[in-house]
Ligand binder design. Structure first.
Ligand code: HEM
Length: 484
């Protein structure tokens, strides 16, 4: 279709890698600034360029990057790039809700409005379901292809084994701890169960090893600068070696014990998928299996544990919200262990989780999409009004009767063909962890401590700065501890 040239239309030609994306937009779309910055940071890290840029949106730092001093891609956007002075990139204010920018060599269209994003992701999902060529992973960063579809289907089917009908996640949730390390350990344990069917006991050496390499990978990627040989790159390589060694061992064990019945976990599902190629003859190799297993850790640990840390940080700012959630738990669940099926009875707790994901989304701009073919997107409405919101944490997700409402523009897991494949699992995990924690413990600021800084910093995900929290067991639940 030819692009339209209406008085209010903006033609955004983004020939992204291999196709042409034309957006004809008559209305607002805002900012994928954070994505832009993220991708920019990734690009800069890849290219090994120098000088520091700090990007802020509405006063909040959303990304820092090692940036080129005089890079033509950046010149259009920044009046100055001083390596020592933070540059405010309020692009939304300066360039309007829809604009294009170069991320290194890639022309990128920025869309920042939930309604429009929803339309692009859902109604036009197939058109924009591609991924830029980034990292060789098999789902999240894989382009829209038969191989991606096959992997996604298998991953989805294996996650279904851990759905509401299963008690496997409930039991792991019950052993959750309260420091960020323990939260991450518990979330990692869930992913180990999903991926290779091992649920570890507290303190297990192998689980510690998984934690160490996972953390090493996250930290080194967050730090960036992995282009030239250096300490970070060596550490990343070492962590990946340990990870691959462990996953290969699990793969061999699974091959040796694979049976006819239902898959036990993700490795089983992928191994079974090796026997039935996709419609175009696509075959899953052992390397694919290992990469997809590794990806489940990458996508499933940091996202979920960081969401919980954000929710806790907000609860420290709103102790009355915590008390109300605890009252709801006391009335609806009492002292028995929380079950996945209790979610329907706990709308207030659910609204806290939703609000946590809304106000501090760990993946604020999804993962970049690219156009699958020459495409045009036309919006009829012009402009957009932003009304002041008088809702307090977490009431946006509740109606006047205290029942749950979910605005259609709420997309913490994306939408359309590339929607997060772990969404149901993540929602269940968040529910089980938070409910089990609030049922047994109260979280408060240690004496003299200031409330957590809610600004966040963008690493692999948007994460809170470290904060301190005191934990007190609720009446009837022993074990007391102070954690950082
Ligand atoms: C709070 C937790 C989580 C959040 C907020 C989250 C969010 C997201 C988002 C925003 C995307 C990108 C969607 C897009 O580009 O349109 C995504 C993709 C993905 N997520 Fe999650 N996620 C979470 C947990 C998980 C978990 C637990 C797993 C698996 C164990 C997982 C696996 C994936 C995968 C494989 C993709 C790539 C899907 C594709 O490209 O086809 N995520 N997630």
């Amino acid at each position: 279709m030819p692009p339209s040239h209406g008085a209010h239309s903006q033609r955004i030609g983004g020939h992204h890698l291999r196709s042409q994306l034309l957006l004809d937009v008559h209305a607002a779309v805002p900012l994928s600034l954070i994505a832009a910055c993220k991708a920019f940071a990734a690009h800069v890290a890849r290219e090994g360029l120098l000088a520091r840029v700090c990007a802020r949106v509405r006063g909040q730092v959303v990304a820092t990057a090692e940036a080129p001093r005089t890079h033509s891609a950046l010149e259009g956007f920044l009046s100055c790039v001083d390596p020592h002075v933070p540059v405010d990139l309020c692009m939304c204010t300066r360039y309007g809700p829809l604009f294009e920018l170069y991320l290194g060599p890639h022309r990128t269209v920025v869309v920042n409005d939930h309604d429009h994003a929803r339309e692009v992701l859902l109604q036009r999902g197939r058109d924009f379901a591609g991924r830029p060529s980034m990292v060789m992973l098999h789902i999240a960063f894989s382009d829209y292809s038969p191989l991606w579809k096959l992997h996604r289907r298998l991953v989805h089917s294996s996650f279904a084994l851990f759905g509401e009908g299963s008690s496997r996640l409930q039991d792991i949730g019950r052993s959750s701890g309260t420091s960020d390390h323990e939260l991450t350990t518990a979330v990692t344990n869930v992913v180990c169960t999903l991926v290779f069917g091992t649920t570890y006991k507290h303190g297990d050496g192998e689980l510690q090893e998984v934690m160490r390499y996972n953390d090493g990978i996250v930290q080194t990627i967050t730090r960036g600068g992995l282009v030239f040989p250096n300490e970070s790159l060596s550490k990343l390589r070492a962590c990946i070696r340990v990870r691959d060694c462990l996953l290969t061992q699990k793969l061999h064990e699974h091959k040796a014990t694979l049976s006819e019945g239902d898959p036990r976990d993700l490795l089983d599902a992928l191994l079974k998928g090796q026997g039935s190629p996709g419609p175009d003859g696509t075959v899953i190799t052992d390397d694919h299996v290992l990469m997809t297993a590794a990806e489940a850790f990458g996508a499933g640990v940091e996202t979920t544990s960081t969401t919980l840390l954000w929710v806790l940080a907000y609860l420290l700012h709103h102790p009355e919200v915590q008390e109300k959630a605890q009252r709801e738990l006391d009335e609806e669940v009492g002292e028995r262990a929380v079950r996945a099926a209790d979610r329907g009875r706990l709308p207030y707790l659910d609204s806290i989780i939703n609000e946590g994901m809304r106000i501090r989304p760990v993946s604020p701009v999804l993962i970049p999409h690219i156009a699958m073919s020459d495409s045009r997107y036309t919006k009829k409405n012009q402009g957009r009004s932003v009304e002041p919101c008088h809702k307090t944490f977490p009431d946006r997700f509740l109606d006047d009767q205290g029942q749950r409402v979910t605005p259609s523009c709420f997309l913490p897991f994306g939408a359309g063909p590339r929607i997060c494949v772990g969404e149901s699992l993540a929602r269940m995990e968040l529910f089980l962890f938070l409910s089990s924690m609030l049922q047994r413990m109260s979280f408060m600021l240690p004496g003299g401590a200031t409330p957590p800084n809610l600004q966040g910093r963008l690493g692999v995900v948007l994460q809170p700065l470290p904060y301190k929290v005191a934990v007190r067991p609720r009446a009837g639940w022993e074990v007391s501890t102070h954690v950082n």
